[in-house]
Ligand binder design. Structure first.
Ligand SMILES: NC(=O)c1ccc[n+]([C@@H]2O[C@H](COP(=O)([O-])OP(=O)(O)OC[C@H]3O[C@@H](n4cnc5c(N)ncnc54)[C@H](OP(=O)(O)O)[C@@H]3O)[C@@H](O)[C@H]2O)c1
Length: 226
């Protein structure tokens, strides 16, 4: 049985991943910030272990790593993320939003991956999936959203370097774009339901191999320019 660890799994794309992997027979280690808002995960019964973890906290992530000990993690999904200052322009950009967004979207996935890379390396599947965004593509950059775009571009860079460092241990690390998705973050006008997005991402995850490490992959399997 595969062990899958998903951050920010209490709602949105993370919760849908938890459901899909549980349905597929995996054991899901799901992290939430607030156990009072984990009903969707509790419905998964014995298929899911729910952990409390704010990914910006060294203490929380360290405690999670200690609790897991030598447990192999086949697939680590760095999913937790925020979008602050929606549509912010240079004039409206609040530096505090930029700092907080970098803490959650960039620094935290690196923290979690550093803490759990050994667990991934001792698993069968050895896969790290980072939920990034097309908005982090420098090649396609247009529009505003300084904080979010910058955080995802920096995440992409960190994971590109990390993919080189972990390749020798047989670990594949990719960044993916889930599409514009109907979640609290994406809003109701988004073009994809959570189910449609995760359908595509599950196919990407199924197909990806070590030769693909360091790729930026869309939910439909196509490549996205850096
Ligand atoms: N929706 C889209 O259109 C879209 C497009 C491109 C990329 N993405 C990316 O997809 C990922 C999931 O987004 P979503 O659409 O599912 O958003 P969402 O519904 O807003 O969910 C965000 C999740 O991240 C968690 N989170 C936020 N800050 C955290 C922290 N400090 N520690 C731990 N967990 C934290 C939230 O937990 P709480 O419930 O505790 O707040 C929640 O579970 C994000 O990385 C996002 O950037 C989304």
């Amino acid at each position: 049985m595969n062990n899958v660890l998903i951050t920010g799994a209490g709602r949105g794309i993370g919760l849908e991943f938890a459901r899909r992997f549980a349905d597929a027979g995996a054991h899901v280690h799901a992290t939430v910030r607030d156990l009072a808002r984990a009903d969707g995960l509790r419905a998964l019964g014995a298929s899911a272990t729910i952990h409390t973890c704010d990914v910006t906290s060294d203490a929380h992530v360290g405690a999670l790593a200690d609790l897991l000990g030598d447990t192999p993690i086949d697939i680590l999904i760095n999913n937790a993320g925020i979008l602050l200052g929606r549509g912010e322009t240079f004039d409206t950009l609040d530096i505090a939003d930029l700092e907080e967004t970098l803490r959650v979207n960039t620094v935290a996935p690196v923290r979690v991956t550093k803490a759990l890379a050994g667990n991934v390396a001792r698993s069968q599947r050895k896969l790290i999936v980072n939920i990034s965004s097309r908005m982090g593509s420098i090649g396609e950059a247009s529009g505003n959203n300084y904080s979010y775009r910058t955080s995802k571009a920096a995440l992409n860079m960190a994971m590109k370097i990390l993919s080189n460092d972990l390749k020798g241990r047989g670990v594949t690390a990719i960044v993916v774009h889930p599409g514009w998705v109907q979640t609290d973050m994406g809003g109701p006008s988004a073009s994809l339901t959570v189910g449609q997005s995760v359908d595509g991402l599950m196919k990407v995850i199924d197909k990806v191999r070590l030769r693909d490490t360091g790729s930026f992959i869309n939910h439909d399997g196509s490549r996205i320019p850096w």
